[in-house]
Design a protein around this ligand. Sequence first.
Ligand SMILES: Cc1cc2nc3c(=O)[nH]c(=O)nc-3n(C[C@H](O)[C@H](O)[C@H](O)COP(=O)(O)OP(=O)(O)OC[C@H]3O[C@@H](n4cnc5c(N)ncnc54)[C@H](O)[C@@H]3O)c2cc1C
Length: 418
Amino acid sequence: MTDRADLRTDVLVIGGGPAGAAAGYWLARHGVDVTIVERKTFPRDKTCGDGLTPRAVHQLAEMGLTEPLSKYHRYHGLRATGMGRELELQWPSHSVFPSHGYVVRRRELDHMVAQNAVDAGANLLTGHEALDPIIDRGFVRGATVQTKDGVTTDIHAKYVVVADGANSRFGRALGTFRTREWPYGTAIRTYWQTPRHAEPWIESALDVKDRNGNPLPGYGWIFPVGDGTVNIGVGLLSTFRDFKSVNTTHLLDAYAHQVAERWEIDPTRPEAKATSGRIPMGGSVGPKAGPTYLVVGDAAGSVNPFNGEGIDYAYETARMAAQVLFDAISANDPTALQQYPRLLDEEYGDYFKVARLFARVIGRPALMRELTRVGMHSRTLMEWVLRIMANLLREDELGPAEAAYKAAAKIVKLAPNA
Ligand SMILES: Cc1cc2nc3c(=O)[nH]c(=O)nc-3n(C[C@H](O)[C@H](O)[C@H](O)COP(=O)(O)OP(=O)(O)OC[C@H]3O[C@@H](n4cnc5c(N)ncnc54)[C@H](O)[C@@H]3O)c2cc1C
């Protein structure tokens, strides 16, 4: 049996993860009447590496969260490992982004950001799943939502923000689709206890090996959480050899054994069963705007293909969407929504195109090996690579990283959109 009630709001946000909570926060700050529906109740977990890079830290600061963030584990940069070598690379300096990151379990991070949206004035309905869009004369005008007890409510809205993550069932109901020819990723992770939980570097392995030392496709990470544990995971791109047939559980097991001694973990005793997720990337999901809705975060495939970061892009795309919706509401002009894809393209279009090409290049094992070999022998080269891959290029300064990126972008601009 279902009870049916009706609610009204100016903007309805589907999903209360990084993208949905940030959209709610920025809309509320603009004085817009906004409701977020989240099917889970906070605190809730989300499969992730938990790594916040300088771009994410910047967005959290912009949302007024510097102080609560400071109690979590802060780190200085990346330790790259590969070919039997190690390089510790400080986050580069930048006029906008800080030179540090944090590692925060998503269980805590997402709760904090969602609460911040509520404190700013957003209405948050947790334990509410959006089932279907409400369509009125061909336009999306809200959603039918349901609680776990089966209570159904129609939430009517002028505009809808789709922030329901990588699988984006709601987005698919509105007609979004992933460009199948473009790369995507998959990753798996869990936590291990270790005395090295508070290391000041996150670590990334460019070569993962099985127990006999044979190379396996994929890259590994170890992110110290500062709470007695490290988050260890492995990721793969769809461009990698054997992508479809790789068993990621076995791959993570191999990586955990590879790093066990150095990281002082018992590879046979993770804190919990490993979980995995898909990573849509490079802006591969669209359309990003309809006449009355915008798509943000993973639902729009916003993850950076260079490194699998998506939290920062979820915050950023949500903020752009909130600005555009505010413009549409204040001018009473729905056509303003069509600015959003243009803004995304200006911000990420060329960069994601270069990154997608990179994903194809490193999918060739011989090239990947050669790049790793050359990179691991040159700190300077790896410093540029880090600046490019973490999207920390400077607009106001033309250093070697910016020059290398510009040269690559020039070539890629001429290439087909792949
Ligand atoms: C293994 C792995 C490791 C990763 N590591 C990192 C990392 O270290 N750093 C990084 O920056 N990124 C990382 N990412 C990517 C990052 O997790 C995502 O980019 C980020 O979570 C995107 O945020 P989002 O808000 O778009 O989606 P999500 O975080 O997926 O949030 C979507 C929310 O919507 C809710 N929802 C879904 N459907 C509905 C519905 N119908 N009704 C109501 N609510 C709904 C969900 O419950 C969820 O809370 C990783 C991804 C994976 C899979």
